[in-house]
Design a protein around this ligand. Structure first.
Ligand code: 5GP
Ligand code: MG
Length: 191
């Protein structure tokens, strides 16, 4: 079993690269079908976490489309702060456009809710959401998550774009926090 250590925390393999790719295949197929008659949608990648998913998803999209990014942040360490900051605004106009938001993970939904508000205020015609990971157990809003590639329990995961305090984004597979191993290592280090 593959393990990684990021700062003070241990993580174990949760989903290998090949499985992630299959989940992205399925989501891309649905998006291509659903949007085939829509006028030039804009795929809005939510930075930083979605960069790997965004790249892999876009390679499979066969629609005429535009791409851009927005940056929001609500996380510190391993839990959501509940306050979303808009760090980098929309880099292009969404007025009258069909939008597909591309997220790394939807957890409480605070980020998505904020994003929908920003897109609606800016005159988006329609908004859909594709997310690599979805935590239905902690999701608090009723905005529909149209394209969740993988649904997971309320665990903290890293890799494939997702970070722990900014590190671990470059991991090719997805890992989940391993509390037992983390405690074991802590005990060893204390001695
Ligand atoms: P929300 O606003 O839905 O509560 O949280 C969304 C953001 O929190 C995600 O875009 C992601 O950046 C971060 N996040 C939520 N859950 C996790 C997780 O399990 N691991 C990591 N690395 N980030 C997460
Ligand atoms: Mg995010």
């Amino acid at each position: 079993m593959k393990n990684v250590q990021l700062y003070d925390k241990s993580f174990k393999l949760y989903m290998p690269y090949e499985e992630i790719q299959k989940a992205i295949d399925a989501v891309a197929e649905k998006i291509n079908e659903d949007l085939k008659d829509e006028h030039t949608p804009i795929f809005v990648g939510v930075l930083t976490g979605s960069f790997m998913f965004f790249g892999d998803l876009m390679k499979r999209i066969n629609l005429e489309c535009e791409t851009c990014f927005i940056r929001l942040a609500s996380y510190e360490g391993t839990s959501s702060t509940g306050v979303v900051k808009q760090v980098l605004g929309l880099t292009q106009s969404v007025k009258g456009r069909n939008i597909v938001v591309v997220e790394d993970i939807v957890d409480t939904g605070t980020t998505i809710k904020e994003l929908y508000q920003i897109l609606n205020e800016n005159g988006a015609r329609s908004i859909r959401t594709a997310t690599l990971m979805f935590k239905p157990g902690s999701y608090k809003y009723n905005i529909k998550i149209d394209y969740p590639a993988v649904s997971i329990p309320n665990d903290f995961i890293v890799g494939f774009g997702l970070d722990y305090d900014q590190i671990g984004r470059n991991l090719k597979d997805i890992y989940v926090l391993d509390p037992e191993e983390t405690e074991k290592r802590k005990a060893i280090n204390v001695k």
